[in-house]
Design a protein around this ligand. Structure first.
Ligand SMILES: Nc1ncnc2c1ncn2[C@@H]1O[C@H](COP(=O)(O)OP(=O)(O)OP(=O)(O)O)[C@@H](O)[C@H]1O
Length: 587
């Protein structure tokens, strides 16, 4: 399973660093456990009246050496593990991003951007913390526990006294088994709530312009406030159980100290334990409290990170809905006819089909115009041509090849798709236009801009093609964005071009200029134009009219005008509109 893979892969690569770090921790702790022994010996000398100035200086120097030695080794050990922890973070973020790029539209329709960001930020960090800090502290604590126990035995502290003092610590595993799953579940709830908040924030920042124009800030504040309240509630539920757990562990340490003090004190008075060993015992038990506290923290953090790991695993084990066949071949669309054959498509098995028995043949080099009511399935049909969604087998062919048998890169690399709401990146206009080939020559970029009738606008900008756009290209007007996106499609000079309502935001005169230059540029190349205005498609070799997923009419502009139907009705309405606009109407 992928779940184990993230960690297994990571440990396979980085285990030498961990071994080195654990060795350094071991050395540091071996040095550190001499500290109670030195103090014990000091106490014995003091109580025996044998302490001299020279011995005081000696003991002080020994303590200094112990302090320095242990700090240096534990410092290096910590650095090493933190270093690989950051490597883990970097690797998993890369892995997640590559996974995201493979996922299809269905995945993005289900998972908001904010939710996906939360995987990058919260979950990866939670796992990193536990495999870096967690492993550091566990190694440190275990070493300290083991070496302290060994030193107690070597120092001649009776075993039964050590056993009695350490007994309360044996209860820790039982507490972990009982409280661990509760902490994990509550951590999962916190991560989900954080994901929701990032999702809501992303959406609200994205829609802030609409919010302001409708003056609905209070509603939005309330909605966001709710997600923040949910996080607080989930976090408090987690804090209640995790702080109980975290304080229970050192409490057991205190019980151990009380036993050592009472039992050890009694044995010292009875003369069966030296004063030096009594001091050493209490110092050792006190010394054990820190690692216990650390182990408590670590167990808590491991439970939290297990919740995050589960979320990451869940995400990484999702497979893309569009999978390239193992025998997929490279597409060659340069002279291929596009055959759509009795295509019926529904977005889900339980939903009504949005395309019903659609058949069209687009000859290579020809232009197909598509017009129809909104929601009639035009964009869906284009997405199926690009295999953004999977059409039923045999219903879409390029030449002789079924679309499902072509490699995705070769298929999409040869189709220039220009959507209605062309997304622009927050980089320069030049990079936005030369998106499919960043090395494209300046003349090619300029020609594409001219053909898309955006050149004059760009030329007026202070830095022309080097002008940086704001996020999502929002420094341009809607029509300018659309034409920049059109230039991005045109520069690709792809064998097939799809304009999906791509000139809807430009005025009629500009639209005519754009259509003229597209006709010129794409004279011998296959072009599909979807439009709501007849003026944008009337030059097409064939026009199909769609209504509710069905092709209701087909033919050339002239043929369609001669038939009664949706096309002639649309034409009449649009003609009347333009006559009103130019003042040439009879009525
Ligand atoms: N991802 C989706 N999941 C489920 N249903 C969808 C999805 N995308 C579109 N639809 C539905 O499919 C139908 C056809 O939508 P489509 O976008 O193809 O229409 P269209 O003809 O391009 O519309 P418009 O002219 O308004 O752009 C609509 O009823 C729409 O609600």
């Amino acid at each position: 399973m992928k779940s184990q893979r993230i960690l297994a892969d990571f440990f396979r690569q980085s285990w030498p660093v961990y071994v080195l770090s654990i060795t350094f921790h071991l050395v540091s702790n071996l040095i550190n456990v001499f500290y109670p022994k030195v103090l014990g010996a000091f106490t014995d000398k003091l109580s025996g009246g044998e302490l001299t100035r020279g011995l005081v200086a000696d003991y002080s120097l020994q303590l200094l050496a112990i302090g320095l030695g242990s700090v240096v080794f534990s410092g290096i050990a910590m650095y090493l593990v933190m270093y690989v922890g950051r490597q883990f973070e970097r690797n998993v973020r890369g892995l997640l991003f590559r996974h995201f790029t493979r996922m299809g539209e269905r995945f993005y329709a289900k998972n908001g951007v904010g939710k996906l960001l939360s995987y990058f930020m919260n979950d990866v960090t939670a796992v990193r913390e536990s495999i870096a800090m967690g492993i550091n502290q566990t190694a440190n604590a275990t070493m300290l526990l083991l070496s302290a126990m060994t030193m107690m035995i070597i120092s001649g502290i009776p075993l039964y006294l050590i056993g009695a003092s350490v007994f309360p610590l044996l209860l820790i595993p039982f507490i972990v088994v009982y409280l661990g799953p509760i902490i994990r579940q509550r951590s999962l709830d916190v991560q989900e709530a954080l994901g929701k908040m990032t999702e809501t924030a992303e959406e609200q920042f994205g829609g802030i312009r609409v919010t302001k124009k409708f003056a609905v800030e209070p509603i939005m504040n309330k909605r966001f406030g709710q997600t923040v309240d949910d996080i607080r509630a989930a976090q408090l539920r987690l804090v209640r159980v995790s702080s109980f757990f975290q304080s229970l562990v050192p409490f057991l340490g205190t019980i151990a100290l009380i036993i050592a003090l009472a039992f050890g004190g009694y044995l010292t008075i009875a003369g069966s334990l030296s004063l030096g060993n009594f001091v050493a015992l209490t110092l050792y038990v006190r010394m054990l409290m820190n690692p216990l506290q650390q182990i408590g923290n670590v167990i808590n953090s491991i439970q939290r990170s297990r919740a995050s790991l589960e979320r990451l695993n869940g995400l990484l084990s999702q497979t893309p809905d569009i999978v390239e066949s193992a025998a997929a071949t490279e597409a060659d669309l340069s002279a291929a006819a596009i055959e759509i054959d009795r295509l019926t498509y529904a977005y889900s098995p339980s939903a009504e089909p949005v395309l019903k028995d659609v058949s069209v043949r687009i000859a290579p080099g020809s232009t197909l115009g598509i017009i129809g009511r909104t929601g009639s399935g035009k964009t869906t049909l284009m997405k199926l041509l690009l295999r953004i969604y999977d059409p039923p087998s045999g219903t879409i062919r390029y030449g002789r090849a079924d679309v499902r048998e072509l490699t995705l890169a070769s298929l999409r690399g040869q189709i220039a798709y220009v959507p209605q709401d062309g997304f622009l990146f927050s980089t320069t206009i030049r990079e936005n236009i030369a998106f499919s080939d960043r090395t494209a020559a300046a003349e090619l970029i300029e020609t594409a801009a001219r053909q898309a009738q955006i050149y004059a606008n760009i030329d007026e900008l202070p830095e022309r093609f080097e002008t940086r756009l704001g996020e999502r290209g929002l420094t341009l007007s809607g029509g300018q964005r659309q034409r920049t996106s059109l230039a991005r499609g045109l520069i690709k000079r792809a064998p097939v071009m799809i304009l999906d309502d791509s000139v809807s935001a430009v005025d009629a005169v500009t639209e005519k200029d754009i259509i003229d230059s597209i006709q010129q540029e794409r004279r011998s190349k296959t072009t599909i134009i979807i439009a709501h205005r007849i003026s944008a498609i009337k030059h097409a070799d064939e026009i199909i009219v769609m209504d509710d997923g069905v092709i209701v009419q087909r033919g050339t502009h002239r043929e369609l005008l001669e038939q009664p139907g949706l096309y002639a009705d649309l034409h009449a309405i649009q003609e009347e509109g333009s006559q009103h606009a130019t003042g040439t109407s009879d009525s």
